[in-house]
Every structure is written in C-alpha cells, then in structure tokens.
Design a protein. Structure first.
Length: 476
C-alpha cells in the first residue's frame, strides 16, 4: 500500500508542471523516504538484536500464540458480556467491576479501583527495568446497534432529563478492555522473559474526553509510578492482521463548543411576534461552514461539525432558545482559535441581523479540549520494527493522519517526567468480508461509531498477541 502511494507520488512529481506543487511533492517524497529508511533500519536492527540475544522471534510468537489461544474462550466470553452491557462515560460501574475482578483473580497484580470515578490501575512489579503503562478505555456510545449479531446490544439508559438512549460499544472499547485482560495474564505467565514494572490502566470516559485527566486529578500517581513509556491500542475497521502505527502526528486536537441562541417565544402562527432562535441556529449551522472554507488555509486540516441541535417541544410553539453542540478539529492552535473566533462572529452577526437586544445575544461555552496526538517517533518506529519481526504476516498500513481525537496522552502529558507515548490502531474486521469488499467494491465493513461496527472474534486473541509483543519489546 505504501509502495503504490509512493509510486503514484513519484509519477505525479515527474509529470507535474506546477512549480509550487512540485516543491510540495518533493517535500512529501523526502519525508516518505526518510520514514521508509528509518523503518527499514529499525526492522534490521531489531532482527540483529534478537539474533545477538539468541532469541528467535518465531519462538516468541508461538509461545504468545499458544497462550492467547488457550485463553481465547475466556476472553471471547468476557468480550461478549461487555458488548451486551455497554455503559456511557463515567457510568462504567459494571465494566469496571468485571475488569477489577479479573485482574485480582490473576494474582500478582496490585489493583486500585475507583480512580476518576470508575477507573482502575493495576501494578505488576517484576524487578529492575523500565516502567511501562498500558491503557484501555471502557466507555460505550449512545448508538442503537443494528449488526444483528447474537451478542448485539439492546441496552438502553435513562438520562438525567428522563430521556432514554440506546447504548452500544460502537467504538470497540469492549475489545480494548478484553485485550488488556488477556495481556495481563500473558505478562504474568511470561514474568521470566521481562523485567521492570507494568502498570495497567482501565480508563473511563474517553468518548466524552475527560477520563484520563479525571484519573490523574484523582490521584492516579499517588498509587502507581509515572511511566517511562505509555502504550495503547484502538480498534479500527481494517482486516484482522493489519495495523497502523504512525510516527508523529496521528490524531487531531479537539475542542467542544456549545452555542445557545436566545430569543423570544411566541405562537407558531405569529412568528412576527417572536425572535425565533430556531431560524438563527439554522442559519448559523450553514454559516459556520464558510468559516471552515473561507477563514483558514485549505492546506491545514480543520473541521467544524454541528452534531446536535436542541430546540423546542411541539410544532406550534416558537421556543425561546436553541442549543447547538459543536466539535472542532484542528492540528494548529491558531486554526482552533480562528474557528472559535469565526463561530462567535457568525453568532453575533445573526443576533444583529435579527435585531436582538444586547442581553439576548448568543452565549458560547467551550469544553473538553485536547491537543493533537503525536506519537513518539523513536518509540513508534521501534514498535513497528518489533511487531513486524515478531508477528508473522502482520501488515503495516500508512494512511494519512486522521481527524479523530484521543485523551490518551493526558495520562502523562502533565507529569513531571519526560514522557513518550505511542498509540496504535489494530484491524478488527472480518478478513473474508474485507477481501470480498475490495473485490466487489460494495461496503460491508463499517467504521467506528457506526451502528453496524463489529469486532470479529478472531481479533480478540490477535489483539492480545499484538499488545503482549509490544510490551515485551518495551521491557527490553
Ligand atoms: Zn470513539
Ligand atoms: Zn474509541
């Protein structure tokens, strides 16, 4: 996949007559060349290191595979159970209790519960060596599942306002918890193969962005040591056997914004007596897109999405307020600031256009902001080399960085130690379905947050092998 992209880029470069574009393409080619060279050097160094140590990666793999396969029935049962019982951010009481019970049952781990409401940390001390933290998140989403699988969720939850929402693990965090429990068992079984301290973290509220900070603020580091390395894995709709681990930037910054349009309510039949906040909010939704396309360079990735609009109760009443819930995505802080300024400008302009008095101008609230995710280049290249050498048939993908966001780095980002982290994306889709899809061009594989998103059961032991291989490498 990497080679095809590179060939295409070289072809365009050779045939491109636009001087500026040629410069940009030259830059891209140079970066690609450096990345490829670094990767090859790491793989080569890895196999040399292993040979020198007399360690056969094939032997290691067969041990890991044996352990993962032997534990597969237990893990699949846990996964299905978690999938049937999804819980929203900071409400993961049942999930947390299961994870804590399983970790305690292993023996060897010191387990701490109730950190940041439902978070768990477990420590396995195993002599002198690096401190490695491995994190899994555990919250689900308000999505109605339509996979039709025997273990599909039918769960619902009553919110504080009395409304009932469907629940689903549509982002695979059930697999993340299961992988962590599998890895915990393998690392304990292989204690003679590594030295150091393993810190496992089961984190609440990733989807709401805030669980990592909540755990740190609630005294995570009074209980566990600050790690030298932070590692995490996320499900992706690639076929099982494919993996993405991008050195450097791999996730956008995210800032949530809530805008309230105030107005004057009236009968639906007499709009001339109202100041209609629904009309104001509707105009704003469209005008925000002009901020995206006309205020910020098109070369800088950035997004404004209005994901929710709340207004009114019935058809014949014009309400007195409308609320827009917005997510902004960005890689540069100046672009985030430009989007926020642009949104405020649109809001004030609409208020002025509708002749609102000053005390009814829209109000804005910012929340849940995270910086872009930037994997440590050395750690990511090291793990890529180690994983390709250790896991037969593993394919590395190199798609561009995504606009998705993560609060994972916030477990260490403000710690007193120099920190490095790497967050990898593991394919969990059914292999045959993926192959069929690329043949007939039809889409049967659904992405994260889609009501048809599904984790193939073969991904459960596979992810456990990937996680264990990565940790064993970091303890070297
Ligand atoms: Zn998600
Ligand atoms: Zn997720």
């Amino acid at each position: 996949m990497q080679r095809i992209t590179l060939q295409k880029t070289i072809f365009i470069y050779l045939h491109c007559k636009d001087y500026c574009m040629r410069i940009e393409l030259f830059k891209s080619l140079t970066v690609a060349l450096i990345a490829t060279t670094l990767f090859c050097v790491t793989v080569h160094a890895q196999s040399k290191k292993n040979k020198a140590k007399g360690v056969s990666t094939t032997d290691n793999y067969s041990v890991l595979k044996q352990l993962a396969d032997a534990d597969s029935a237990r893990l699949v049962e846990i996964f299905k159970d978690l999938h049937l019982h999804p819980e929203l951010a900071f409400n993961e009481k049942r999930t947390s209790a299961i994870a804590a019970k399983e970790l305690q049952a292993l023996g060897g781990y010191e387990v701490f519960t109730g950190i940041g409401k439902t978070g768990i940390a477990a420590v396995l001390k195993n002599g002198d060596g690096p401190i490695v933290m491995y994190r899994a998140d555990m919250d689900a989403l308000p999505v109605k599942e339509t996979t039709g699988l025997p273990w599909a969720s039918t769960a619902t939850m009553k919110k504080e306002d009395g409304s009932v929402v469907p629940l689903m693990h549509a982002c695979g965090h059930d697999a993340h918890v299961t992988w962590l429990l599998g890895v915990a068992k393998i690392m304990l079984a292989l204690k003679d193969k590594w030295h150091g301290t393993l810190v496992l973290v089961v984190q609440p509220a990733e989807e709401a962005i805030g669980g990592a900070v909540a755990m740190v603020k609630d005294g995570l580091y009074d209980k566990v040591p600050i790690p030298d390395y932070l590692f995490g894995m996320h499900t992706m709709p690639y076929a099982v056997g494919y993996l993405r681990n991008r050195p450097g930037y791999d996730g956008a910054g995210s800032t949530g914004m809530e805008v309230t349009f105030h107005g004057i309510g009236a009968h639906g039949s007499a709009p001339h007596l109202a100041k209609d906040p629904v009309i104001m909010a509707a105009s704003a939704i469209l005008d925000y897109q002009a901020v995206v396309s006309r205020s910020i360079s098109t070369l800088n990735p950035h997004v404004i999405t209005v994901g929710a609009m709340e207004a009114g109760t019935v058809a014949n009443i014009i309400p007195d307020k409308a609320v827009l819930k917005i997510t902004t995505r960005w890689y540069e802080e100046k672009d985030r600031d430009a989007m926020i300024r642009g949104i405020k400008r649109v809001d004030s302009g609409i208020a002025m256009m509708n002749g609102l008095p000053a005390d009814l101008y829209p109000t804005e609230k910012l929340y849940n902001s995270v910086n872009p995710l930037k994997n440590d280049t050395v750690m990511a290249n090291r793990l890529n080399g180690a994983l390709v050498a250790a896991v037969p048939g593993l394919q590395l993908l190199s798609p561009p960085a995504s606009m998705g966001s993560e609060d994972f780095p916030y477990l260490i980002i403000n710690s007193k130690k120099d920190y490095v982290y790497d967050y990898i994306h593991v394919g969990v889709s059914n292999k045959e379905a993926c192959a069929k899809q690329s043949k007939d061009g039809k889409s049967s594989i659904y992405g994260n947050h889609n009501p048809n998103f599904a984790v193939d059961l073969s991904a459960i032991p596979y992810g456990t092998i990937i996680g264990s291989s990565a940790l064993l490498e970091l303890f070297k």
